[in-house]
Design a protein around this ligand. Structure first.
Ligand code: HEM
Ligand SMILES: [Cu+2]
Length: 533
Protein backbone atom coordinates (compact mmCIF):
# COMPACT_ATOMS: atom_id res chain seq x y z
CA UNK A 1 0.00 0.00 0.00
CA UNK A 2 2.77 2.39 0.85
CA UNK A 3 4.63 1.68 -2.37
CA UNK A 4 1.62 3.18 -4.10
CA UNK A 5 2.33 6.44 -2.28
CA UNK A 6 5.50 6.58 -4.38
CA UNK A 7 3.58 5.67 -7.52
CA UNK A 8 1.03 8.42 -6.92
CA UNK A 9 3.64 11.02 -6.08
CA UNK A 10 5.06 14.06 -7.81
CA UNK A 11 8.13 11.94 -8.59
CA UNK A 12 6.09 9.83 -11.00
CA UNK A 13 3.50 12.33 -12.19
CA UNK A 14 4.41 15.64 -13.69
CA UNK A 15 3.30 17.41 -16.80
CA UNK A 16 1.91 15.89 -19.95
CA UNK A 17 5.48 14.91 -20.87
CA UNK A 18 7.26 11.83 -19.58
CA UNK A 19 10.81 11.39 -18.35
CA UNK A 20 13.38 14.17 -18.45
CA UNK A 21 11.16 16.48 -20.47
CA UNK A 22 8.48 16.09 -17.82
CA UNK A 23 10.95 17.46 -15.29
CA UNK A 24 12.36 20.23 -17.47
CA UNK A 25 8.89 21.63 -18.22
CA UNK A 26 7.39 21.08 -14.80
CA UNK A 27 6.09 24.01 -12.81
CA UNK A 28 5.64 21.83 -9.71
CA UNK A 29 7.56 23.55 -6.91
CA UNK A 30 8.85 20.20 -5.66
CA UNK A 31 10.29 19.18 -9.01
CA UNK A 32 11.87 22.59 -9.48
CA UNK A 33 13.42 22.35 -6.03
CA UNK A 34 14.85 18.93 -6.83
CA UNK A 35 16.28 20.17 -10.13
CA UNK A 36 18.05 22.94 -8.23
CA UNK A 37 19.31 20.33 -5.80
CA UNK A 38 20.86 18.12 -8.46
CA UNK A 39 22.42 21.14 -10.20
CA UNK A 40 23.78 22.49 -6.95
CA UNK A 41 25.25 19.12 -5.99
CA UNK A 42 27.13 18.99 -9.28
CA UNK A 43 28.51 22.49 -8.79
CA UNK A 44 29.40 21.70 -5.19
CA UNK A 45 31.48 18.74 -6.33
CA UNK A 46 33.19 20.84 -9.05
CA UNK A 47 33.86 23.68 -6.60
CA UNK A 48 35.09 21.16 -4.06
CA UNK A 49 37.54 19.63 -6.54
CA UNK A 50 38.97 23.09 -7.22
CA UNK A 51 39.32 23.58 -3.46
CA UNK A 52 41.14 20.24 -3.33
CA UNK A 53 43.58 21.42 -6.02
CA UNK A 54 44.32 24.50 -3.93
CA UNK A 55 45.03 22.35 -0.88
CA UNK A 56 47.31 20.16 -2.95
CA UNK A 57 49.30 23.18 -4.12
CA UNK A 58 49.54 24.44 -0.56
CA UNK A 59 50.63 21.09 0.85
CA UNK A 60 54.28 22.16 0.55
CA UNK A 61 55.80 25.64 0.29
CA UNK A 62 56.91 26.65 -3.17
CA UNK A 63 55.35 25.91 -6.55
CA UNK A 64 54.15 22.35 -6.88
CA UNK A 65 51.29 21.60 -9.23
CA UNK A 66 50.33 25.00 -10.69
CA UNK A 67 51.64 28.48 -11.39
CA UNK A 68 50.67 31.49 -9.33
CA UNK A 69 48.45 32.70 -12.16
CA UNK A 70 46.60 29.39 -12.32
CA UNK A 71 46.22 29.44 -8.56
CA UNK A 72 44.59 32.88 -8.79
CA UNK A 73 42.18 31.57 -11.40
CA UNK A 74 41.40 28.46 -9.35
CA UNK A 75 40.48 30.32 -6.17
CA UNK A 76 38.43 32.81 -8.18
CA UNK A 77 36.44 30.08 -9.89
CA UNK A 78 36.14 28.15 -6.64
CA UNK A 79 34.74 31.27 -4.95
CA UNK A 80 32.41 32.25 -7.77
CA UNK A 81 30.97 28.73 -8.02
CA UNK A 82 30.58 28.20 -4.30
CA UNK A 83 29.14 31.64 -3.50
CA UNK A 84 26.95 32.39 -6.50
CA UNK A 85 25.99 28.90 -7.66
CA UNK A 86 25.90 26.92 -4.43
CA UNK A 87 25.37 28.76 -1.18
CA UNK A 88 23.33 31.81 -2.21
CA UNK A 89 20.62 29.80 -4.00
CA UNK A 90 21.27 26.66 -1.86
CA UNK A 91 18.69 26.40 0.86
CA UNK A 92 16.04 28.79 -0.42
CA UNK A 93 15.89 27.41 -3.94
CA UNK A 94 16.09 23.77 -2.91
CA UNK A 95 14.29 23.32 0.40
CA UNK A 96 12.38 26.59 0.18
CA UNK A 97 10.91 25.45 -3.10
CA UNK A 98 10.26 21.89 -2.08
CA UNK A 99 8.85 22.57 1.38
CA UNK A 100 7.74 26.14 1.95
CA UNK A 101 4.44 25.85 0.03
CA UNK A 102 3.63 22.60 1.85
CA UNK A 103 4.51 24.04 5.24
CA UNK A 104 2.10 26.93 4.77
CA UNK A 105 -0.62 24.64 3.40
CA UNK A 106 -0.45 25.70 -0.26
CA UNK A 107 -0.57 23.70 -3.49
CA UNK A 108 2.29 25.60 -5.11
CA UNK A 109 4.01 28.98 -5.09
CA UNK A 110 2.06 31.99 -6.31
CA UNK A 111 3.77 32.11 -9.71
CA UNK A 112 4.74 28.58 -10.72
CA UNK A 113 5.85 29.56 -14.23
CA UNK A 114 8.01 32.36 -12.89
CA UNK A 115 9.51 29.76 -10.59
CA UNK A 116 10.53 27.57 -13.53
CA UNK A 117 11.78 30.68 -15.32
CA UNK A 118 14.00 31.51 -12.32
CA UNK A 119 15.47 28.03 -12.57
CA UNK A 120 16.33 28.58 -16.23
CA UNK A 121 17.91 31.94 -15.46
CA UNK A 122 20.00 30.12 -12.87
CA UNK A 123 21.06 27.58 -15.50
CA UNK A 124 21.97 30.33 -17.99
CA UNK A 125 24.01 32.11 -15.31
CA UNK A 126 25.75 28.87 -14.44
CA UNK A 127 26.61 28.21 -18.09
CA UNK A 128 28.06 31.71 -18.39
CA UNK A 129 30.10 31.17 -15.24
CA UNK A 130 31.53 28.00 -16.69
CA UNK A 131 32.18 29.58 -20.09
CA UNK A 132 34.08 32.40 -18.39
CA UNK A 133 36.75 29.81 -17.71
CA UNK A 134 37.31 28.98 -21.32
CA UNK A 135 36.40 32.04 -23.38
CA UNK A 136 38.86 34.78 -24.23
CA UNK A 137 42.16 35.37 -22.56
CA UNK A 138 42.17 33.04 -19.60
CA UNK A 139 40.10 32.40 -16.52
CA UNK A 140 39.24 35.39 -14.33
CA UNK A 141 41.74 35.96 -11.52
CA UNK A 142 40.17 38.67 -9.40
CA UNK A 143 38.72 36.65 -6.55
CA UNK A 144 34.95 36.41 -6.17
CA UNK A 145 34.84 40.03 -4.96
CA UNK A 146 35.93 41.49 -8.34
CA UNK A 147 37.68 44.41 -6.63
CA UNK A 148 38.41 47.42 -8.81
CA UNK A 149 40.82 48.64 -10.09
CA UNK A 150 42.29 45.17 -10.70
CA UNK A 151 39.07 43.81 -12.19
CA UNK A 152 38.84 46.71 -14.61
CA UNK A 153 42.47 46.32 -15.70
CA UNK A 154 43.30 42.62 -15.80
CA UNK A 155 43.05 41.16 -19.29
CA UNK A 156 41.60 37.85 -18.12
CA UNK A 157 38.00 37.06 -18.83
CA UNK A 158 36.34 39.05 -16.08
CA UNK A 159 33.40 40.23 -18.17
CA UNK A 160 31.86 36.80 -18.59
CA UNK A 161 32.21 36.00 -14.89
CA UNK A 162 30.69 39.33 -13.91
CA UNK A 163 27.84 38.83 -16.38
CA UNK A 164 27.23 35.40 -14.91
CA UNK A 165 26.86 36.85 -11.43
CA UNK A 166 24.60 39.54 -12.87
CA UNK A 167 22.30 36.99 -14.51
CA UNK A 168 22.25 34.80 -11.42
CA UNK A 169 21.08 37.84 -9.47
CA UNK A 170 17.84 37.90 -11.44
CA UNK A 171 17.12 34.34 -10.48
CA UNK A 172 17.60 35.27 -6.85
CA UNK A 173 15.40 38.37 -7.08
CA UNK A 174 12.55 36.52 -8.80
CA UNK A 175 12.63 33.65 -6.34
CA UNK A 176 12.52 36.15 -3.49
CA UNK A 177 9.59 37.96 -5.06
CA UNK A 178 7.74 34.70 -5.61
CA UNK A 179 8.25 33.64 -2.00
CA UNK A 180 7.11 36.97 -0.57
CA UNK A 181 3.88 36.89 -2.56
CA UNK A 182 3.32 33.22 -1.78
CA UNK A 183 3.74 33.73 1.95
CA UNK A 184 1.45 36.76 1.93
CA UNK A 185 -1.26 35.23 -0.22
CA UNK A 186 -1.30 31.47 0.03
CA UNK A 187 -1.16 30.57 3.72
CA UNK A 188 -3.86 28.05 4.63
CA UNK A 189 -7.00 29.43 6.24
CA UNK A 190 -6.35 30.07 9.92
CA UNK A 191 -2.57 30.26 9.53
CA UNK A 192 -1.94 33.71 10.95
CA UNK A 193 1.57 35.15 10.73
CA UNK A 194 2.38 33.84 14.19
CA UNK A 195 1.05 30.38 13.44
CA UNK A 196 3.42 30.04 10.51
CA UNK A 197 6.34 27.62 10.96
CA UNK A 198 9.77 29.17 11.40
CA UNK A 199 11.45 27.89 8.23
CA UNK A 200 8.95 29.84 6.07
CA UNK A 201 9.53 32.81 8.37
CA UNK A 202 13.27 32.65 7.76
CA UNK A 203 12.65 32.42 4.01
CA UNK A 204 10.40 35.44 4.22
CA UNK A 205 13.11 37.52 5.88
CA UNK A 206 15.64 36.22 3.35
CA UNK A 207 13.38 37.02 0.43
CA UNK A 208 13.32 40.71 1.34
CA UNK A 209 17.11 40.78 1.29
CA UNK A 210 17.12 39.06 -2.09
CA UNK A 211 14.63 41.55 -3.45
CA UNK A 212 16.18 44.73 -2.05
CA UNK A 213 19.93 44.05 -1.99
CA UNK A 214 20.54 42.04 -5.16
CA UNK A 215 19.81 44.92 -7.60
CA UNK A 216 22.71 46.82 -6.04
CA UNK A 217 25.25 44.18 -6.94
CA UNK A 218 23.65 43.90 -10.37
CA UNK A 219 24.31 47.57 -11.09
CA UNK A 220 27.79 47.36 -9.57
CA UNK A 221 28.73 44.49 -11.83
CA UNK A 222 27.47 46.38 -14.87
CA UNK A 223 29.62 49.31 -13.75
CA UNK A 224 32.68 47.04 -13.92
CA UNK A 225 31.82 46.11 -17.49
CA UNK A 226 31.18 49.73 -18.41
CA UNK A 227 34.48 50.72 -16.86
CA UNK A 228 36.34 48.06 -18.81
CA UNK A 229 34.70 48.72 -22.15
CA UNK A 230 34.14 52.46 -22.15
CA UNK A 231 36.58 53.78 -19.54
CA UNK A 232 33.70 55.64 -17.92
CA UNK A 233 35.60 56.65 -14.81
CA UNK A 234 33.48 55.16 -12.03
CA UNK A 235 36.44 53.61 -10.29
CA UNK A 236 39.56 54.95 -12.00
CA UNK A 237 40.96 57.96 -10.10
CA UNK A 238 42.66 59.19 -13.27
CA UNK A 239 39.21 59.68 -14.74
CA UNK A 240 37.72 61.11 -11.55
CA UNK A 241 36.51 57.78 -10.18
CA UNK A 242 37.12 56.12 -6.84
CA UNK A 243 38.12 52.45 -6.32
CA UNK A 244 36.73 52.50 -2.79
CA UNK A 245 33.32 53.24 -4.28
CA UNK A 246 33.41 49.76 -5.76
CA UNK A 247 34.00 48.20 -2.36
CA UNK A 248 31.11 50.13 -0.83
CA UNK A 249 28.71 49.08 -3.57
CA UNK A 250 29.93 45.51 -3.57
CA UNK A 251 29.62 44.99 0.17
CA UNK A 252 26.27 46.79 0.43
CA UNK A 253 25.02 43.69 -1.36
CA UNK A 254 27.52 41.09 -0.33
CA UNK A 255 27.27 41.56 3.38
CA UNK A 256 23.46 41.12 3.34
CA UNK A 257 24.14 38.19 1.00
CA UNK A 258 25.80 36.33 3.85
CA UNK A 259 22.41 36.48 5.56
CA UNK A 260 20.79 35.10 2.41
CA UNK A 261 23.02 32.12 3.10
CA UNK A 262 22.59 31.80 6.83
CA UNK A 263 18.98 32.82 7.60
CA UNK A 264 17.36 29.86 5.83
CA UNK A 265 19.98 27.64 7.49
CA UNK A 266 18.85 28.92 10.86
CA UNK A 267 15.28 28.26 9.75
CA UNK A 268 16.05 24.63 8.95
CA UNK A 269 17.73 24.14 12.32
CA UNK A 270 14.72 25.71 14.02
CA UNK A 271 12.49 23.05 12.43
CA UNK A 272 14.72 20.12 13.29
CA UNK A 273 15.42 20.88 16.93
CA UNK A 274 11.77 20.87 18.15
CA UNK A 275 11.02 17.68 16.19
CA UNK A 276 14.04 15.84 17.55
CA UNK A 277 13.46 17.11 21.08
CA UNK A 278 9.68 16.59 20.87
CA UNK A 279 9.31 20.00 22.44
CA UNK A 280 7.64 23.22 21.52
CA UNK A 281 10.20 25.67 20.19
CA UNK A 282 11.39 27.98 22.93
CA UNK A 283 10.74 31.66 22.22
CA UNK A 284 8.88 31.40 18.91
CA UNK A 285 8.41 35.14 18.62
CA UNK A 286 11.99 35.91 19.63
CA UNK A 287 13.11 33.72 16.73
CA UNK A 288 10.78 35.48 14.30
CA UNK A 289 11.87 38.94 15.39
CA UNK A 290 15.54 38.01 15.42
CA UNK A 291 15.26 36.85 11.78
CA UNK A 292 13.63 40.11 10.83
CA UNK A 293 16.20 42.06 12.86
CA UNK A 294 19.10 40.25 11.20
CA UNK A 295 17.62 41.00 7.80
CA UNK A 296 17.15 44.67 8.66
CA UNK A 297 20.34 45.49 10.58
CA UNK A 298 22.36 43.33 8.18
CA UNK A 299 22.11 46.17 5.65
CA UNK A 300 24.05 48.53 7.87
CA UNK A 301 27.29 46.72 8.59
CA UNK A 302 28.97 46.31 5.19
CA UNK A 303 31.81 48.64 6.15
CA UNK A 304 33.38 45.97 8.37
CA UNK A 305 34.89 44.50 5.20
CA UNK A 306 36.68 47.78 4.56
CA UNK A 307 38.40 48.74 7.81
CA UNK A 308 41.78 48.65 6.08
CA UNK A 309 40.61 50.11 2.77
CA UNK A 310 40.85 53.76 3.73
CA UNK A 311 37.64 54.89 5.41
CA UNK A 312 37.30 57.70 7.91
CA UNK A 313 37.83 56.76 11.54
CA UNK A 314 34.26 57.71 12.40
CA UNK A 315 32.90 55.44 9.70
CA UNK A 316 35.09 52.61 10.94
CA UNK A 317 34.09 52.69 14.58
CA UNK A 318 30.46 53.14 13.66
CA UNK A 319 30.51 50.08 11.41
CA UNK A 320 32.25 48.19 14.18
CA UNK A 321 29.51 49.14 16.65
CA UNK A 322 26.75 48.15 14.25
CA UNK A 323 28.48 44.83 13.59
CA UNK A 324 28.33 44.01 17.27
CA UNK A 325 24.65 44.88 17.32
CA UNK A 326 23.84 42.45 14.50
CA UNK A 327 25.54 39.67 16.44
CA UNK A 328 22.86 39.93 19.15
CA UNK A 329 19.95 38.41 17.23
CA UNK A 330 22.18 35.51 16.12
CA UNK A 331 23.04 34.82 19.73
CA UNK A 332 19.33 34.93 20.61
CA UNK A 333 18.73 32.08 18.21
CA UNK A 334 21.46 29.91 19.66
CA UNK A 335 20.01 30.53 23.10
CA UNK A 336 16.56 29.51 21.88
CA UNK A 337 17.78 26.31 20.22
CA UNK A 338 19.54 25.20 23.36
CA UNK A 339 16.56 26.10 25.53
CA UNK A 340 14.31 24.11 23.20
CA UNK A 341 16.43 21.02 23.74
CA UNK A 342 16.51 21.48 27.50
CA UNK A 343 14.65 18.59 29.13
CA UNK A 344 13.42 17.40 25.75
CA UNK A 345 13.36 13.73 24.80
CA UNK A 346 16.17 13.86 22.27
CA UNK A 347 16.08 11.48 19.32
CA UNK A 348 19.69 10.84 18.31
CA UNK A 349 19.29 10.33 14.56
CA UNK A 350 21.38 11.62 11.66
CA UNK A 351 19.50 14.93 11.13
CA UNK A 352 20.07 15.74 14.78
CA UNK A 353 23.81 15.04 14.60
CA UNK A 354 24.16 17.30 11.58
CA UNK A 355 22.19 19.92 13.48
CA UNK A 356 24.48 19.76 16.48
CA UNK A 357 27.49 20.10 14.20
CA UNK A 358 25.83 23.17 12.76
CA UNK A 359 25.30 24.80 16.15
CA UNK A 360 28.87 24.08 17.21
CA UNK A 361 30.46 25.37 14.00
CA UNK A 362 28.16 28.34 13.80
CA UNK A 363 29.17 29.41 17.28
CA UNK A 364 32.87 29.27 16.40
CA UNK A 365 32.18 31.13 13.15
CA UNK A 366 30.09 33.76 14.88
CA UNK A 367 32.51 34.35 17.73
CA UNK A 368 35.45 34.70 15.35
CA UNK A 369 33.20 37.08 13.42
CA UNK A 370 33.31 39.28 16.49
CA UNK A 371 37.11 39.20 16.40
CA UNK A 372 36.85 40.45 12.83
CA UNK A 373 34.07 42.90 13.54
CA UNK A 374 36.09 44.58 16.20
CA UNK A 375 38.14 47.25 14.53
CA UNK A 376 41.45 46.76 16.29
CA UNK A 377 41.71 42.98 16.02
CA UNK A 378 40.57 42.98 12.40
CA UNK A 379 43.51 45.17 11.42
CA UNK A 380 45.75 42.35 12.59
CA UNK A 381 44.00 39.42 10.91
CA UNK A 382 42.44 41.11 7.88
CA UNK A 383 43.22 39.22 4.67
CA UNK A 384 44.81 36.31 6.51
CA UNK A 385 43.85 32.66 6.74
CA UNK A 386 41.90 33.63 9.87
CA UNK A 387 39.25 35.20 7.63
CA UNK A 388 39.22 32.09 5.46
CA UNK A 389 38.64 29.97 8.55
CA UNK A 390 35.92 32.33 9.82
CA UNK A 391 33.77 32.29 6.74
CA UNK A 392 34.26 28.61 6.05
CA UNK A 393 33.12 27.91 9.60
CA UNK A 394 29.95 29.85 8.95
CA UNK A 395 29.33 29.02 5.32
CA UNK A 396 30.36 25.38 5.23
CA UNK A 397 30.19 24.57 8.93
CA UNK A 398 26.93 26.49 9.23
CA UNK A 399 25.02 26.73 5.99
CA UNK A 400 26.62 23.57 4.58
CA UNK A 401 25.84 21.45 7.61
CA UNK A 402 22.31 22.90 7.73
CA UNK A 403 21.91 21.79 4.11
CA UNK A 404 23.03 18.28 5.03
CA UNK A 405 20.77 18.31 8.08
CA UNK A 406 17.90 19.38 5.82
CA UNK A 407 18.57 16.58 3.32
CA UNK A 408 18.62 14.00 6.08
CA UNK A 409 15.53 15.50 7.73
CA UNK A 410 13.31 15.77 4.66
CA UNK A 411 14.75 12.91 2.62
CA UNK A 412 12.02 10.46 3.67
CA UNK A 413 9.40 13.09 2.82
CA UNK A 414 10.85 13.81 -0.59
CA UNK A 415 11.59 10.26 -1.74
CA UNK A 416 9.23 8.28 0.47
CA UNK A 417 12.20 6.12 1.44
CA UNK A 418 14.66 5.89 4.29
CA UNK A 419 18.44 5.97 4.13
CA UNK A 420 20.81 3.83 6.15
CA UNK A 421 21.18 5.49 9.56
CA UNK A 422 24.56 3.98 10.33
CA UNK A 423 26.08 5.12 7.07
CA UNK A 424 24.55 8.56 7.55
CA UNK A 425 26.08 8.83 11.02
CA UNK A 426 29.44 7.63 9.70
CA UNK A 427 29.37 10.23 6.94
CA UNK A 428 28.45 12.91 9.47
CA UNK A 429 31.42 11.95 11.66
CA UNK A 430 33.82 12.03 8.70
CA UNK A 431 32.49 15.31 7.37
CA UNK A 432 32.60 16.97 10.77
CA UNK A 433 36.02 15.57 11.65
CA UNK A 434 37.47 16.40 8.23
CA UNK A 435 35.95 19.85 8.33
CA UNK A 436 37.49 20.60 11.72
CA UNK A 437 40.90 19.30 10.72
CA UNK A 438 40.72 21.34 7.52
CA UNK A 439 39.67 24.72 8.85
CA UNK A 440 40.64 24.98 12.49
CA UNK A 441 44.41 25.20 11.83
CA UNK A 442 43.70 28.09 9.46
CA UNK A 443 42.62 30.20 12.45
CA UNK A 444 45.98 29.64 14.06
CA UNK A 445 48.27 30.17 11.10
CA UNK A 446 46.10 33.13 10.16
CA UNK A 447 46.75 34.76 13.50
CA UNK A 448 50.42 34.00 13.00
CA UNK A 449 50.33 35.89 9.72
CA UNK A 450 49.59 33.46 6.87
CA UNK A 451 48.01 35.68 4.21
CA UNK A 452 44.95 34.47 2.29
CA UNK A 453 44.93 33.96 -1.48
CA UNK A 454 48.69 33.30 -1.64
CA UNK A 455 49.93 30.24 -3.45
CA UNK A 456 53.23 30.14 -1.57
CA UNK A 457 54.16 30.65 2.08
CA UNK A 458 56.93 30.69 4.65
CA UNK A 459 57.95 27.32 6.11
CA UNK A 460 56.53 28.11 9.57
CA UNK A 461 52.97 27.78 8.23
CA UNK A 462 53.56 24.38 6.70
CA UNK A 463 52.22 22.34 9.62
CA UNK A 464 48.83 24.05 9.36
CA UNK A 465 48.61 23.50 5.62
CA UNK A 466 49.49 19.84 6.04
CA UNK A 467 46.74 19.35 8.63
CA UNK A 468 44.32 21.12 6.33
CA UNK A 469 45.26 18.89 3.44
CA UNK A 470 44.52 15.72 5.37
CA UNK A 471 41.34 17.30 6.70
CA UNK A 472 40.24 17.85 3.12
CA UNK A 473 40.77 14.17 2.36
CA UNK A 474 38.77 13.00 5.38
CA UNK A 475 36.03 15.48 4.43
CA UNK A 476 35.94 14.20 0.86
CA UNK A 477 35.61 10.61 2.08
CA UNK A 478 32.66 11.68 4.23
CA UNK A 479 30.96 13.40 1.29
CA UNK A 480 31.42 10.32 -0.88
CA UNK A 481 29.93 8.03 1.78
CA UNK A 482 26.99 10.39 2.16
CA UNK A 483 26.28 10.71 -1.55
CA UNK A 484 26.53 6.94 -1.95
CA UNK A 485 24.06 6.41 0.90
CA UNK A 486 21.57 8.98 -0.37
CA UNK A 487 21.65 8.01 -4.03
CA UNK A 488 21.25 4.35 -3.24
CA UNK A 489 18.46 4.96 -0.73
CA UNK A 490 16.50 7.26 -3.02
CA UNK A 491 15.91 4.25 -5.26
CA UNK A 492 16.09 1.26 -2.95
CA UNK A 493 15.67 2.47 0.62
CA UNK A 494 13.04 1.09 2.97
CA UNK A 495 9.60 2.67 2.65
CA UNK A 496 9.52 5.54 5.12
CA UNK A 497 5.87 6.30 5.82
CA UNK A 498 4.48 9.82 6.15
CA UNK A 499 5.98 10.88 9.47
CA UNK A 500 9.12 8.99 10.53
CA UNK A 501 10.35 11.61 13.05
CA UNK A 502 7.06 12.54 14.71
CA UNK A 503 7.06 16.06 13.27
CA UNK A 504 4.11 18.41 13.72
CA UNK A 505 4.37 20.83 10.80
CA UNK A 506 2.08 20.33 7.80
CA UNK A 507 4.50 18.47 5.54
CA UNK A 508 4.35 15.51 7.95
CA UNK A 509 0.56 15.26 7.62
CA UNK A 510 0.64 14.38 3.92
CA UNK A 511 1.87 11.36 1.98
CA UNK A 512 5.59 10.68 1.44
CA UNK A 513 6.44 11.58 -1.26
CA UNK A 514 3.74 14.25 -1.64
CA UNK A 515 1.25 14.05 -4.48
CA UNK A 516 1.40 16.65 -7.24
CA UNK A 517 -1.30 18.66 -5.46
CA UNK A 518 0.27 18.24 -1.99
CA UNK A 519 -3.08 18.29 -0.15
CA UNK A 520 -6.31 16.61 -1.11
CA UNK A 521 -8.04 19.26 0.90
CA UNK A 522 -6.39 22.44 2.11
CA UNK A 523 -6.12 22.14 5.90
CA UNK A 524 -7.64 24.69 8.28
CA UNK A 525 -5.15 25.79 10.90
CA UNK A 526 -6.25 26.21 14.49
CA UNK A 527 -3.04 25.94 16.49
CA UNK A 528 0.63 26.84 16.35
CA UNK A 529 3.11 24.70 14.39
CA UNK A 530 4.98 23.06 17.27
CA UNK A 531 2.33 21.72 19.63
CA UNK A 532 4.32 18.89 21.19
CA UNK A 533 3.29 17.62 24.59
C1 HEM B 1 26.08 35.03 9.50
C2 HEM B 1 26.83 34.35 8.69
C3 HEM B 1 28.14 34.87 8.16
C4 HEM B 1 28.64 34.58 6.95
C5 HEM B 1 28.00 33.68 5.91
C6 HEM B 1 29.89 35.28 6.81
C7 HEM B 1 30.67 35.27 5.67
C8 HEM B 1 31.82 35.98 5.50
C9 HEM B 1 32.62 35.99 4.31
C10 HEM B 1 32.32 35.24 3.01
C11 HEM B 1 33.67 36.79 4.53
C12 HEM B 1 34.85 37.01 3.59
C13 HEM B 1 34.61 38.05 2.59
C14 HEM B 1 35.79 38.16 1.67
O1 HEM B 1 35.93 37.35 0.74
O2 HEM B 1 36.60 39.07 1.89
C15 HEM B 1 33.52 37.33 5.86
C16 HEM B 1 34.36 38.24 6.43
C17 HEM B 1 34.04 38.92 7.58
N1 HEM B 1 33.05 38.60 8.49
FE1 HEM B 1 31.68 37.21 8.29
N2 HEM B 1 30.15 35.97 7.96
C18 HEM B 1 29.09 35.75 8.81
C19 HEM B 1 28.94 36.24 10.07
C20 HEM B 1 29.69 37.21 10.61
C21 HEM B 1 29.47 37.82 11.89
C22 HEM B 1 28.36 37.40 12.87
C23 HEM B 1 30.39 38.78 12.01
C24 HEM B 1 30.60 39.73 13.14
C25 HEM B 1 29.88 39.78 14.23
C26 HEM B 1 31.20 38.77 10.83
C27 HEM B 1 32.25 39.62 10.57
C28 HEM B 1 33.07 39.56 9.47
C29 HEM B 1 34.10 40.51 9.19
C30 HEM B 1 34.45 41.72 10.01
C31 HEM B 1 34.73 40.12 8.00
C32 HEM B 1 35.87 40.81 7.27
C33 HEM B 1 37.16 40.27 7.71
C34 HEM B 1 38.29 40.87 6.94
O3 HEM B 1 38.35 40.70 5.71
O4 HEM B 1 39.13 41.50 7.58
N3 HEM B 1 30.77 37.79 10.01
N4 HEM B 1 32.39 36.79 6.44
CU1 LIG C 1 30.09 41.18 6.41
Amino acid sequence: MEVSAIDNSFLKHGTKYKGILGWLTSTDHKRIGLMYMYAIMIFFVVGGLLGGLMRLELFRPGQDIMTAQTYNAVFTVHGVIMIFLVVIPGLAAVFGNILMPIMIGARDVSFPKLNLFSFYIYVIGAILAILSQFLGKGAPDTGWTFYAPYSTDTNTNVVAAVLAAFVLGFSSILTGLNFIVTIHRLRAPGMTWFKMPLFPWSLYATAWIQLLATPIVGITLLMIIAERWFKIGFFDPNLGGDPILFQHLFWIYSHPAVYIMILPAMGVITEIIPTFSQKKVFGYKAIVFSSVAIAAVGYLVWGHHMYTAGMSTTARWFFSLLTFIVAVPSAIKVFNWISTMYKGSINLKPPFYFTMAFVFNFMIGGLTGLVLGSLATDIHVHDTAFVVAHFHYIIFGGMGFAFLAAIHYWFPKIYGRMYNNKLANTSCAFIFGGFTLLYFPQFIIGMQGMPRRYFDYLPQYEWGQVFSFFGAIVLAIGVIIMLFNLFKSARKGEIAGPNPWGGKTLEWTIASPPTVENFEEIPVITQGPYEYK
